[in-house]
Design a protein around this ligand. Structure first.
Ligand code: IPD
Ligand code: CA
Ligand code: CA
Length: 269
């Protein structure tokens, strides 16, 4: 493993330890809703702090963009993009589908990525040009079917609960895709959705208006697993718009084609 990726993995594991430690206490505290909410935000912050400490120690000059503490500019072209806990709503409910997401970008290009699921002890990593791995085993996206791209496929998605103005367009997309595929899943951690897609557990994925830290690591893992990822026009703008389509080649193209008639002007990139 590349030494830089090793540092990112160590950071993700430190965050994972914190998330799991508090996870048991959340079960005791869930009766007090407000306290539970506060508690979760403490977990987010503590996990993020642990990650940043590890990264800063190894790479004091690198810039950082982290969900909870925002942007810290360094004097190098390298930027770490961090989501310390992706899937907070799941975490709060003891629904064990959440992850730590850490990516390193060189200017606008992803070079290292980690998505870590501390509950299932699943570590997804990728480095540019080096393939994608789950717990040290090479992973690949599922095989596509060029004559019937959606046949027997399992598709991941997320609901636009933070951007309800897109709900109608989203439901129209859903209605068109749903009857053509074997199933649609909304698992609740976009970073993990992309990592699972890379591992061939899902064939495709789409979601509206994600944040950059939800996608930054998962995108490289998908690409290094032989998958495709793009915005709603199929191009590279997904880190900016947060509109994401991913999949094996055939499913990626088919989702793009299928959602196209339902894109409002706002969603055309
Ligand atoms: C959320 C998850 C979820 C997606 C949301 C994200 P958070 O991240 O990735 O799957 O649907 O849009 O905000 O808030 O749990 O870090
Ligand atoms: Ca997130
Ligand atoms: Ca988060």
């Amino acid at each position: 493993m590349h030494p830089t990726l090793n540092v990112a993995v160590k950071a993700a594991r430190s965050a994972g330890d914190i998330i799991l430690r508090y996870h048991n206490q959340i079960e005791l505290l869930t009766i007090e809703n407000k306290a539970a909410n506060d508690f979760v935000s403490e977990v987010d912050k503590a996990a993020e702090e642990a990650i940043i400490n590890e990264l800063k120690y190894a790479f004091p000059n690198h810039s950082i963009l982290a969900e909870e503490s925002g942007e810290t500019l360094g004097d190098s072209r390298f930027q770490w993009i961090i989501d310390p806990l992706d899937g907070t709503t799941n975490y709060l409910h003891g629904f064990p589908q959440y992850s730590v997401s850490i990516a390193l970008y060189d200017d606008n290009e992803a070079i290292h990525a980690v998505v870590y699921d501390p509950f299932k002890e699943e570590l997804f990593v990728a480095s540019k040009g080096g393939g994608a791995y789950l717990n040290e085993q090479r992973i690949r996206v599922s095989n596509g079917n060029s004559s019937s791209p959606f046949k027997n496929t399992l598709i991941g998605t997320g609901f636009p609960f933070k951007a309800p103005r897109h709900l109608e367009a989203y439901l129209n997309m859903f209605k068109t895709i749903h009857p053509q595929v074997a199933g649609i899943r909304r698992a609740g951690s976009a970073a993990l959705d992309l990592a699972w897609l890379a591992a061939g557990r899902m064939d495709g994925f789409w979601e509206i208006e994600l944040s950059i830290w939800d996608i930054a690591a998962g995108a490289l893992i998908v690409k290094e697993a032989g998958g495709y990822i793009g915005d709603f026009s199929g191009r590279d703008g997904y880190l900016k718009t947060g509109n994401v389509v991913a999949g094996n080649e055939q499913v990626f193209k088919q989702i793009l084609k299928t959602i196209h008639p339902h894109l409002t002007q706002d969603l055309q990139r």
